[in-house]
Each structure stands twice: as C-alpha cells, then as structure tokens.
Design a protein around this ligand. Structure first.
Ligand code: DGP
Length: 211
C-alpha cells in the first residue's frame, strides 16, 4: 500500500466457538500472501494489568460485579486505542477478534441495560467492517463441548446471540452477517471478497469514532 493510505479496522464478532479465530487467521494469511500490511489483534487483550484481571474473571478465579467487569473490558479496549490508531495510520490493516459489540452482547445477556453497556464504547475507533459469524440455533444447542470459561454455557450463548442479532440489525451499514455453519473455505471466500473491497474503499477515508 502506498504512503498516506490508511489500513482498515476489520472486526470479527460472534458467539464462542463460532469460528472467528479460524476465519480471522485465514483472512490474515490471505492478505499477507498479497503483501498487504496486516496485523492480528484480539480483545480482551489479556497481557496488560487490566487484561490479567479479565483473565482471572473469565477463568473463574476472581469474581467481580457485572458492572465492574463490563467497564474493565471497555477499559481494555481504550488502553489499546492509541496503538490501534497509530497502526491504522501507518497503513496497517487490523484483523481483530472481538470488539465493543462483544462488550455489549455479553453484558446485556446478563441483564444489564443495553444503552448503559454501549455508553463506554462511544468514542472508540469505529470499525470499517464487522464480520458477524452467526451460529444457527441448532449449532448453539448441539455444542456440548464448550470449555471451562465463565460464559461457555449453551443457554447464555443463546442470549448473547440475540443481542448480536439486535446490534446487527441496528448497525446494518457496516455489519456483514454470515451463516457460521457453512464450510470454513466457503465462508472465507465470501469474507475475503468483501474485505478486499473494504481495504480499497477506506484507504483515503479519515478514521471515524463509535457514536
Ligand atoms: P475470547 O478470548 O475471544 O474467547 O473471549 C473470552 C470470553 O470473553 C468470551 O466468552 C467472550 C467474552 N468477552 C469478550 N469481550 C467481552 C466484553 O467486552 N465483555 C464481556 N462481558 N465479555 C466479553
């Protein structure tokens, strides 16, 4: 990419085990193979001190009120915003596993108010595209092998999926929904063609903020 062009902020969202990690990796590899500057990121980013608290919470070694952990997840995104901005302006595309929408979906699924959950996300850099891997109801109920982490329960994931659906219908302009149950290769092909078009489209656009 030539000087002066920025990278794209591309987010993968969806329930646990919806295939985000595989699809982000495939997109990363494809863009790298085309010599496009690209970096992976994921939230929560567990290595910072805030990230370590989040990790203790997720692995059930620490309990915190729902509101407190919500704000910690948000703070974890805020503490990385300067780095995100700098990388994008250097022309690097970021492929990010989860962002503000997971923040809203997982907390609203616990019963916290939707608008309250969204408030601390306002002002973060707005993604150029969100690829939402939507798990089918069958997929959610048939997944018996969820892991040990706090949120990996079928019933809870169903509620998370409902909030993602709600956000997807509100934020339609930059959200792209995919059926997560299709073969990974097919899904990748669809995602890749949209991603490449987005890279071209946003290269000369200023960064925007979530509002
Ligand atoms: P992952 O590292 O992508 O497997 O995410 C770990 C878990 O944390 C997963 O169950 C989703 C959840 N999660 C991710 N981001 C947030 C957030 O901002 N808020 C809440 N409450 N949960 C989140």
């Amino acid at each position: 990419m030539s000087a002066g062009k920025r990278g794209a902020l591309i987010i993968f969202e969806g329930c646990d085990r919806s295939g985000k990690t595989t699809q982000s990796r495939l997109l990363l590899e494809l863009l790298k193979s085309k010599d496009i500057p690209v970096l992976p990121m994921n939230f929560p980013e567990r290595s910072s001190s805030i990230g370590q608290v989040i990790n203790s919470y997720l692995t059930n070694s620490k309990d915190l009120p729902d509101e407190v952990i919500h704000l910690m997840f948000s703070a974890n995104r805020w503490e990385h915003m300067n780095q995100v901005r700098q990388r994008l302006l250097e022309g690097k595309t970021l492929i990010v596993d989860r962002y503000s929408y997971s923040g809203v979906a997982y907390s609203a699924a616990k019963g916290l108010d939707f608008d309250w959950c969204y408030a601390p996300e306002r002002g973060l850099i707005k993604p150029d595209a969100v690829f939402y891997l939507k798990a089918s109801a069958d997929d959610l109920t048939n997944r018996e092998q969820y892991g040990e982490e706090r949120y990996e329960k079928v019933e809870f994931q169903g509620r998370v999926a409902q909030v993602f659906d709600r956000i997807c219908s509100k934020e339609g302009s930059y959200w792209h929904q995919f059926d997560a149950s299709q073969p990974a290769k097919d899904l990748h092909a669809q995602i890749a063609s949209i991603a490449e078009a987005i890279l071209e489209k946003v290269a000369n656009q200023p960064l925007d903020k979530l509002s």
